[in-house]
Design a protein around this ligand. Structure first.
Ligand code: B12
Ligand code: SF4
Length: 612
């Protein structure tokens, strides 16, 4: 089931509101000495192809965005800790400015839930009267918020977050405005929160979920204040520069360093900077939750603003490589051209900006072909690589204007313009490894893409994605595995690298097909050929570099998934018969259906009692 949208005309915040709230909060912040630690959960078992470098060398935009929003609202005592770099971090031992923070914010994607829960268990070791207010956010909370409210599936350990944010930075700022306006003196912020929750003051802030607990602190039900309003004009977002200035220095310590990562070292640890440029996509692939999350809105930053962000981040931190966090950058041709034209015309200290910075982002084959005459402009604007959702070239899985010839044409055009095409493929039950007389086979397609100029490769198994149209039907059809050979399918395995949803007779073949595709693409045969290609194409050393990286990543992929392949081959597979919906009843503040609930909880509370 997809996330619902707010009513037509009410999906977006009032123009200027995200800027105004920061101004209002800055006035309040001066009276409250609030210290915050924001932690990003990361499960190191997910480190393999195709994300082996981007996962740790690109500090995630989400926690930096939240950090920037706090700093720009006057809360300067804020630190961002990445488990990617600080895997021993223990929130129970954190201190900022010599004291426990008032706020502990934890961000997680669904596949990092195990590490997220360990952090929550640890912060709950701090006795309740001293404990910071614990708030969770990120895509885990957006799509499956109930998962953030328990740390122990047996229910014995009641450790739990105080609140989940199911939206973006505005929701958090709105919450802080309400809390700080009602805070009595310097009382602990968690105390203020409990009072606000019990008085109903949080119910008018869309985008929150809070628990009702029993006297032992065990969650009884979750109250969902509804779907957030989105910021429409992304130029209103805080500048991302501040987020880089509050990053915790990478270390093996459980505690925090007295000072954040020095400015001169930022680039060493995060040589790639992720940058928000657009949000949303006009396609409607049934396995993708993105259009619904964005309430079918396309949201943009202006070219001027994107250029200014690159200029500042390069100027402050020396970061030269950027990755747009777009869902589909070329989706609105006019806006894309506007950004490209602006970037192509800008300079940094007298040198054209495109000579200083390079960037890449995600697009589709269809939209790339629509932009064919602007690809030279894209190159001039600094674009050097584009990740294209090819999925299955024949369109057997989804048709979004890719097709075999069209894909090859788009790839060739990109290469001619010095932009490396990076195909993102999706392997699925109906796709053979090899085919004769047609292009349906996975290796046939990889070979075609390689010949058309693909510099890198991404092959993921089609995996159910929470918040997508097909999510529930995939579970209900019995396709999704609960356990294989006695090993439970855990959150970190929903990564597209593990075959965990499959109706094929021999699912192990699918697991090994993925390895075969990577082996076919990244190997010692193509390595010298990639070097040779440097003379013939405008892609420089990129294909060669990608080969080296791919071979390194492949070793990790084999190490992490080969055993799973064997389990699939010899073990018994147990499957889900219904969609997991979490252990807690959910409702709206008025007692109606909760906007984020799933399965049996996605109905009015009176019906839920009958169902359970
Ligand atoms: C860039 C990106 C990546 C990069 C990440 C690199 C990096 N280190 O940053 C790469 C390419 C490596 C990547 C890999 C994967 N990704 Co990815 N990726 C994205 C993408 C396109 C942008 C993420 C981003 O930076 N967004 C911009 C920031 C600002 O948004 P945000 O993170 O959501 O944060 C906002 C809110 O969530 C909230 N927030 C976040 N944290 C917190 C915390 C608190 C306390 C609060 C209050 C609020 C809050 O405020 C933020 C500001 O608005 C998103 C889709 C999207 N458009 O968001 C998918 C997405 C995050 N990826 C996703 C997935 C599934 C994956 C993969 C598993 C691959 C796959 N099968 O698709 C791998 C996992 C790799 C790994 N080991 O972690 C899913 C996650 C779904 C889920 N339920 O968790 C997303 C949402 C796409 C989707 N809908 O399917 N990804
Ligand atoms: S084109 Fe990409 S972002 Fe758009 S709906 Fe399909 S999978 Fe999602």
């Amino acid at each position: 089931m997809e996330l619902p949208a707010r009513q037509n005309g009410d999906q977006l915040l009032k123009s200027g509101e995200l800027v105004d709230i920061r101004r209002r909060l800055s006035a309040i912040a001066a009276k409250h000495d609030v210290a915050t630690v924001i932690a990003c959960a990361f499960d190191h078992r997910t480190r393999m192809l195709p994300f082996i470098v981007a996962d740790v060398k690109m500090s995630p935009a989400g926690v930096r965005a939240i950090g920037s929003a706090l700093v720009e609202s006057g809360f300067e005592k804020t630190r961002v800790v990445l488990q990617q770099w600080n895997r021993n971090f223990r929130p129970s031992q954190m201190q900022i400015d010599g004291r426990l923070p008032d706020l502990f914010l934890a961000s997680s994607m669904s596949l990092h839930t195990a590490e997220f829960r360990k952090m929550v268990q640890d912060v709950c070791r701090i006795e309740p009267s001293r404990r910071p207010l614990v708030i969770a956010g990120g895509s885990l909370c957006i799509y499956e918020p109930w998962e953030a409210f328990y740390t122990d599936p047996s229910g014995k350990d009641p450790s739990c977050i105080d609140l989940a944010v199911t939206g973006e930075e505005y929701v958090l700022l709105n919450l802080l405005e309400v809390l700080l306006s009602g805070r009595a003196g310097n009382e602990p912020l968690r105390q203020t929160f409990l009072k606000a929750r019990d008085s109903g003051a949080l119910d008018a802030i869309p985008g929150l979920i809070y628990p009702r607990t029993d006297t032992a602190g065990r969650v009884q039900e979750l109250v969902d204040t509804g779907i957030q309003r989105l910021v429409g004009d992304l130029d209103e977002l805080p500048f991302p520069t501040a987020g880089y200035s509050i990053l915790e220095t990478p270390s093996k310590a459980a505690t925090l360093a007295p000072k954040p990562l020095p400015r001169r070292e930022v680039r060493k640890f995060t040589p790639i900077g992720s940058l928000i440029m657009t949000f949303g996509c006009r396609f409607a692939c049934e396995y993708c939750p993105i259009p619904a999350y964005n309430q079918r809105q396309l949201r943009y930053k202006s070219g001027e603003r994107v250029a200014e962000e690159m200029h500042r981040i390069f100027g402050h931190y020396g970061i030269r490589h950027f990755f747009g966090t777009d869902d589909n950058f070329f989706n609105n041709k006019q806006r894309a051209i506007q950004v490209l034209e602006t970037l192509a015309a800008k300079d940094h200290a007298g040198v054209p900006l495109h000579r200083r910075v390079r960037w890449g982002t995600e697009v589709t084959v269809h939209d790339t072909l629509q932009m064919r005459e602007y690809l030279p402009l894209a190159h001039k604007a600094g674009v050097r690589a584009l990740w294209l959702g090819v999925e299955d070239m024949t369109g057997a899985l989804v048709r979004k204007g890719q097709g075999e010839d069209k894909t090859a044409e788009a790839f060739e055009l990109l290469c001619e313009n010095g932009i490396a095409p990076m195909p993102m493929m999706m392997h699925h039950d109906r796709q053979p490894l090899l085919s004769r007389g047609n292009a349906s086979g996975l290796l046939n397609q990889v070979n075609r893409l390689r010949k058309a100029g693909a510099a890198g490769l991404q092959v993921l198994m089609l995996t159910p994605s929470a918040g997508s149209k097909s999510f529930e039907s995939t579970f209900e059809s019995g396709m999704v595995y609960k356990s294989v050979a006695g090993k439970e399918v855990q959150a970190h395995m929903y990564d597209g690298n593990h075959v965990i949803a499959c109706n094929a007779k021999h699912p192990w073949q699918k697991q090994f097909n993925i390895l075969a595709a990577y082996l076919f693409f990244y190997n010692l045969i193509w390595l010298p050929s990639a070097l040779w290609k440097k003379r013939k194409t405008r892609l420089g050393y990129k294909p060669f570099g990608m080969q080296l990286l791919g071979m390194y990543g492949l070793m990790h992929t084999i190490r992490r998934t080969f055993g799973w392949g064997l389990r699939l081959m010899f073990g018994r597979i147990k499957r889900w018969e219904e969609t997991p919906a979490g252990p807690f009843p959910m409702r709206s503040p008025q007692g109606g259906v909760a906007a984020h609930a799933r399965g049996k909880w996605a109905q009015p509370p009176c019906e839920q009692t009958k169902a359970s």
